[in-house]
Write a protein that binds this ligand. Structure first.
Ligand code: HMG
Ligand code: MG
Length: 310
C-alpha cells in the first residue's frame, strides 16, 4: 500500500502530554491550549480523561475543561474513560467522543487500571455499545504494543488479539501505543501491518513515544504501509504515569514539519502550532521537546530586528 496524501493528526498533548507533567495545569490554561491547537487547524484534540484524581491528579477538572470549551463544530474532543464511572462523568460533561484504553501486557494493564486484559475488555464492552448507540465516536487504545516496562517484549499476536477485540466491540479506530517508546521501524512496521490485516488499514492509528528518538522514523515506516491516523503531542509533552522511563510523545511540530516536507496534507499551520507549544511551555516553565519548535524559535530570533533582541 502507498502513502496517503492526507494524514489526520490526533493531538494528544492536553491529555497524554499534561497527564505526566509534574505541574497540575489549571483548567483555564488547558482550555486555552485546546483552543490554540484548534486555531492551528487540528481537528481531533484529546481534551482530557475521566480517571481517578487519586492516581492522575493532572486530569482532574476534565469535566470543567469540556464545559468551558463548549461545542466546537467540526472539532472532535475525545476523552479517555477507564470504566462506567468515567463514562458517566464524560456523558455528563457533554463528551461526543470517547476512548477506552486496554493493553497488550497483563502486568501493565493491572498497574494502569487495576484490571487484567480480559477483565478490562469485558468492562469496556457495554460502555462502547452504549456510546455507539448514543452516536458517540469511540477509539480504543492498545498500550505496550511494542514492549512493556514490566514484561519486556510483547508478542505481536497479543497486540492483534486486543486490537481485534476492541474493533469487534465497536471501536471505530484503534490506536497502537508504543507506550515506552522502545520500538524501531522494522518492528513497528511488522506489528502495525499485522493489525491492519486483522481490522482494516483505515481503522489503525499509531501512537509513538519518543524515548529513544525513534518516533518519527517509526511513523514514516507506518505511513509507507498506508496508515492515515497519527497521534502526536504538542511540544513533545508527556509520557505515561504507569510506564517508568517513558518520555514524551512524538512532538506534533516535528510530525507536521516532516509531513509538510513529504507533501502530505494535514490542515495544520505549523507556525500557529508552534505558538500553541510555546504557550503551554511557558505555563509549565519547561523548554519545548520539539526540535522543530526549537528551530522555528531560533529562526524567529534571528529574523527579529537587532533592537528587539535585547
Ligand atoms: P480502582 O481503584 O480499581 O477503582 O481504580 P474502583 O472501581 O475500585 O473504585 C475505587 C474508588 O475510585 C471509588 O471511590 C470510585 O468511585 C473511584 P471511593 O468509593 O473509594 O470513594 N473511581 C473513580 N473516580 C474518578 N474517576 C473514575 C473512577 N473510577 C472509580 N473513572 C481506575 C480504577 C481505572 C479508576 C484507576 O486505576 C485509574 O484512574 N487509573 C488511571 C489510569 C490512567 O489514567 N492512565 C494513564 C492513561 S493510559 C496511557 O497514557 C497510555 C496511552 O497514552 C497509550 C500509550 O501510550 O500506549 C493511552
Ligand atoms: Mg501515550
Amino acid at each position: 500500500m502507498s502513502r496517503s496524501s492526507f494524514i489526520r493528526i490526533v493531538e494528544v498533548g492536553p491529555r497524554d502530554g499534561l497527564q505526566n507533567e509534574a505541574m497540575v495545569v489549571p483548567v483555564a490554561d488547558r482550555i486555552a491550549l485546546i483552543r490554540a491547537l484548534a486555531d492551528a487547524g487540528l481537528r481531533t484534540i484529546e481534551a482530557g480523561s475521566f480517571v481517578s484524581p487519586k492516581y492522575v491528579p493532572q486530569m482532574a477538572g476534565t469535566g470543567a475543561v469540556m464545559v468551558g470549551l463548549g461545542l466546537h463544530p467540526g472539532i472532535a474532543l475525545p476523552v479517555l474513560v477507564p470504566n462506567a464511572h468515567g463514562f458517566a462523568e464524560a456523558r455528563a460533561a457533554g463528551a461526543r467522543s470517547i476512548a477506552v484504553f486496554a493493553a497488550a501486557s497483563e502486568t501493565f494493564s493491572r498497574r494502569n487500571i487495576h484490571r487484567g486484559i480480559a477483565e478490562s475488555l469485558e468492562q469496556y464492552q457495554p460502555i462502547v455499545a452504549e456510546a455507539r448507540a448514543a452516536g458517540l465516536t469511540v477509539r480504543g487504545y492498545v498500550s505496550c504494543a511494542l514492549g512493556c516496562p514490566y514484561e519486556g517484549d510483547v508478542p505481536v499476536a497479543r497486540v492483534v488479539a486486543v486490537a481485534t477485540a476492541l474493533a469487534d466491540m465497536g471501536c471505530q479506530e484503534v490506536s497502537l501505543g508504543d507506550t515506552i517508546g522502545v520500538g524501531t521501524p522494522d518492528k513497528a512496521r511488522a506489528m502495525v501491518a499485522a493489525v491492519m490485516q486483522a481490522i482494516g488499514a483505515e481503522r489503525v492509528a499509531v501512537h509513538f513515544h519518543d524515548t529513544y528518538g525513534q518516533a518519527l522514523a517509526n511513523v514514516l515506516a507506518c505511513l509507507d504501509l498506508g496508515v492515515t491516523i497519527v497521534d502526536a503531542s504538542v511540544a513533545g509533552l508527556g509520557g505515561c504515569p504507569y510506564a517508568p522511563g517513558a518520555s514524551g510523545n512524538l512532538a506534533t511540530e516535528d510530525l507536521v514539519y516532516m509531513l509538510n516536507g513529504l507533501g502530505v496534507e494535514t490542515g495544520v499551520d505549523l507556525d500557529r502550532l508552534a505558538e500553541a507549544g510555546r504557550m503551554i511551555c511557558a505555563v509549565l516553565g519547561t523548554p519545548s521537546r520539539s526540535r522543530t519548535a526549537e528551530a522555528l524559535a531560533a529562526r524567529q530570533e534571528e529574523d527579529a530586528p537587532c533592537s528587539m533582541r535585547g
